[in-house]
Ligand binder design. Structure first.
Ligand SMILES: [Zn+2]
Length: 236
């Protein structure tokens, strides 16, 4: 029994985090069937738009693993998923093609959520990607809070609000050849990454920035929202 599988059988009664079946050998969180499925899915990254890489498609297996990262206090799973996806193949090639001086910028959590969770899953993902492909992790963004709920605003006001949802930290000193890569757990509508790109654009870094997430949530409404986001002035 490996060190990791020893931990997982102790902590979760030998339950596979993917299919939740009990009593099967785990490697270190998944049974052989789920591990095999994960390895296959790692070969199927998604590119919802130019300069956006999602390491995995959204499937029930990935959904439950990302849920465990966010709500099951298992930040180590982020490293596990990133490492499997970047062992070789399309995702690794894509990240390498983006340049050598990559600055991985995690999407910040709301302060209250960070206090409750104890970590930012986007930061864990960014650190793991950086360990695999080089570059650095830069906590360059601050999330602003709004008193008025987004749902109470008109579409124009909401777009304006989204555009100002993040700000760059002061005294950021980045060389002109750096490529910022916004990192998040799930790419859904593109609204979050668009807001981050707006913040980077204050330093004229938005145009060259990339986006990398663990999962891609593909749905008709997500695509419609992304088109709407693009109409705000972003083509990525
Ligand atoms: Zn399983």
């Amino acid at each position: 029994m490996s060190f990791f599988s020893g931990i997982s059988s102790f902590a979760f009664g030998n339950e596979c985090l993917g299919c939740h079946r009990l009593g099967r050998p785990l490697d270190p969180w998944l049974c052989p069937d789920c591990k095999k499925e994960l390895l296959k899915l790692a070969e199927d990254p998604r590119h919802p738009a130019f300069d956006i890489l999602c390491l995995y498609p959204m499937t029930p297996l990935l959904k439950s693993l990302v849920h465990a990262i966010k709500y099951g206090n298992m930040p180590g799973l982020a490293n596990y998923l990133v490492r499997i996806s970047l062992q070789s193949g399309d995702s690794l090639e894509t990240l390498k093609s983006w340049g050598k001086n990559l600055h991985f910028v995690p999407v910040p959590l709301h302060k209250a959520r960070f206090r409750e969770r104890g970590y930012n899953q986007a930061e864990k993902i960014a650190a793991s990607i950086s360990e695999c492909v080089g570059g650095s992790v830069e906590n360059a963004l601050v999330r602003r809070t709004f008193r008025i709920s987004q749902t109470q605003l008109s579409r124009d006001a909401r777009a304006h609000n989204v555009a100002g949802a993040f700000v760059l930290k002061k005294n950021l000193r980045w060389s002109s050849d750096c490529i910022p890569v916004i990192v998040d757990d799930v790419f859904t509508t593109g609204a979050t990454s668009t807001a981050c790109l707006y913040a980077l654009e204050r330093k004229n870094l938005g145009g060259m920035a990339k986006v990398c997430t663990l999962l891609c949530e593909e749905s008709a409404s997500a695509k419609a929202d992304f088109v709407a986001d693009s109409s705000l002035g972003w083509d990525a």
